[in-house]
Design a protein around this ligand. Structure first.
Ligand code: MN
Length: 283
């Protein structure tokens, strides 16, 4: 059976004032390996305003991964960590049993913003690990024939891979892949085709498992986000900013956030935190 190739359009939403393309989860595809959430924002230019301003909010059961193509995002969390994410580096936050954080455009900025925010579900055995924050200033970068490959996520609690791949104009970039992994690809800029399929903008393409090589061709040059991992073994429940095994764990985390338990406070953020939405919204 040939490997799959599926196209799932992203849907448009907003994070405060910031327009977002949400590529995961979609109706047809909830997970790619452990990756369970993918927001694409920008590219955009701004002057005085602060395009990203996400007040303190909690997470459990996942890792957040902030990868930038242009611009800066400053992270503060309830462990007291502060870090500015910039292109070429990555911020990885392991929520485990619970953490709160804020993400904002810092005052000193280049006036441009383009990036992705991803979540990776933690496998059941590691869902309750202690929270931690791991900024990496410079991720591994290679320049094989045809492009540039930056690997911002690999290894970890579950099998996982996250790559930013540039394909030079008129070239083909070929990467080896593990056949046990499923992969997905999203265009960040430019044009590219895969296996004779032109890749669509504003969509996640699911490439399935069973591929030992991934080759992307571009006529005018492209920037691609490639994510993957072995198919995630554990059933998960996702609600708001939480990943858990059962609805009861979700309800308990929501209650703890509302009661100022478990997560701590993000003291470095100037402003109120985000209240949890109702568990069962009135329809
Ligand atoms: Mn968050």
């Amino acid at each position: 059976m040939p490997p799959l190739f599926e196209t799932h359009p992203a849907h448009h939403t907003a994070l405060g004032a910031l327009p977002i393309s949400r590529a995961l989860p979609t109706r047809g595809r909830r997970l790619i390996g452990p990756w369970c959430f993918l927001d694409r924002y920008g590219p955009l230019s701004f002057t005085d305003e602060k395009p990203m301003d996400v007040a303190p909010h909690p997470h459990i059961g996942l890792q957040t991964v902030s990868w930038l193509v242009e611009g800066e995002v400053v992270h503060h969390d309830s462990l007291g960590c502060e870090a500015v994410a910039r292109p070429g580096g990555v911020n990885v936050m392991t929520a485990g049993r619970g953490i709160a954080h804020s993400e904002e455009t810092p005052r000193g900025n280049v006036g441009r913003l383009s990036g992705v925010q991803l979540w990776a579900a933690l496998p059941r055995a590691h869902r309750d690990v202690a929270p931690s924050f791991d900024p990496v200033e410079r991720v591994p970068r290679e320049e094989p024939r045809g492009g540039i490959v930056q690997t911002f996520m690999s290894g970890g609690y579950a099998d996982i891979i996250g790559i930013d791949a540039e394909v030079h104009r008129g070239e083909t970039l070929t990467m080896s892949a593990r056949a046990e992994r499923e992969h997905g690809v999203m265009i960040l800029g430019g044009d590219a085709e895969f296996d004779g399929h032109p890749l669509e903008r504003d969509a996640i393409h699911y490439l399935g498992t069973g591929r030992s090589e991934l080759a992307f061709r571009s006529s005018g040059g492209a920037r691609l986000l490639l994510i993957g991992g072995e198919p995630f073994p554990d059933p998960i429940v996702m609600w708001w900013n939480f990943v858990a095994g059962t609805p009861e764990e979700i309800a308990a985390a929501r209650e703890d956030w509302e009661q100022h338990r478990r997560f701590g406070e993000v003291r470095a953020y100037d402003g109120p935190r985000i209240p949890a939405p109702p568990l069962h919204p009135a329809s």
